[in-house]
Design a protein around this ligand. Sequence first.
Ligand SMILES: NC(=O)c1ccc[n+]([C@@H]2O[C@H](COP(=O)([O-])OP(=O)(O)OC[C@H]3O[C@@H](n4cnc5c(N)ncnc54)[C@H](O)[C@@H]3O)[C@@H](O)[C@H]2O)c1
Length: 286
Amino acid sequence: MDVSGKVAFVTGGASGIGFGIAGALAARGAKIMLADIDAAQLEKAAARLSATTDVGTVICDVGDEQAVRAAAAATIEKFGKVHIVVNNAGVGAGGRAGEVAIEDWRWIVDINLMGVVYGVEIFTPLIKSHGEGGYFINTASMAGHVSSPAMAPYHATKFAVVGYSEALKDDLIQDGIGISVLCPAWVRTHIYKSHLSSPTGKSGLGVARDESTLSAMQQVVENGITPELVGEWTADCVEVDRFYIFTHPSMLQYIDDRHSEIRADYAACAADERLAAEPDALPIPT
Ligand SMILES: NC(=O)c1ccc[n+]([C@@H]2O[C@H](COP(=O)([O-])OP(=O)(O)OC[C@H]3O[C@@H](n4cnc5c(N)ncnc54)[C@H](O)[C@@H]3O)[C@@H](O)[C@H]2O)c1
């Protein structure tokens, strides 16, 4: 997709990866609507981008369907149309099995998964309506491909965003809409403390539920790559319509290890005489 002259709606756009993507799209000539829950940060972000492009802002909690509908309407009101939707806002929550409050589970599912669903369901008809094509960038994570202990709520939502985006790919293309799923590992942002605004404020990522985990998470995140680089690379990938956007070349072994385990367990099913004697499954309808 040529992003020049297009209108991009970016959730979680006031800071971190969302702002990095917004900046890269703006530098390539896109007009930007920044959506976020942080009003003060939104205004600072808009001021920084306004030197480069035409910018609008809207307060929007992506976990609230009506708020996303209102943000979509505000985008159309300001720019007349929308082409690119960056479903990026997300939070972290974790903890060991049996120790995560159900309200914290609902909170992260509402933001990390339903926020993306609302973005796709609400904006797809708006993109289709102008017939100029469009693009979704859904921010998942490497945590949507491989898992680690005490981060199940985060992994569950990010695996869901990867699977959801894969399922959308062949569907959207029929309407001239492209899609990428962004899968970074550590990026230097404030994600490590996002759980503090969850209902209990206690379900942080990692095994221990104390300050040491927060500072360990802070350390790995602060040693990550910059959101600006993630934004640049994301814009590069969108321009060539690359579906999976990975940002950390050193993580491939984790994906290979997961696939090896899947293949080994699949081989066990293929080796079972009772299962192998059954007729072949019908192909998946496409
Ligand atoms: N930082 C990393 O290491 C990393 C790695 C992989 C994936 N991600 C993903 O990147 C995305 C962006 O996170 P980040 O690292 O930039 O974090 P961040 O906390 O620095 O920025 C997130 C932005 O989203 C906003 N936000 C939070 N909840 C919101 C809501 N309900 N509605 C609208 N806006 C909301 C925040 O105000 C903030 O401006 C998330 O989906 C996250 O899961 C981050």
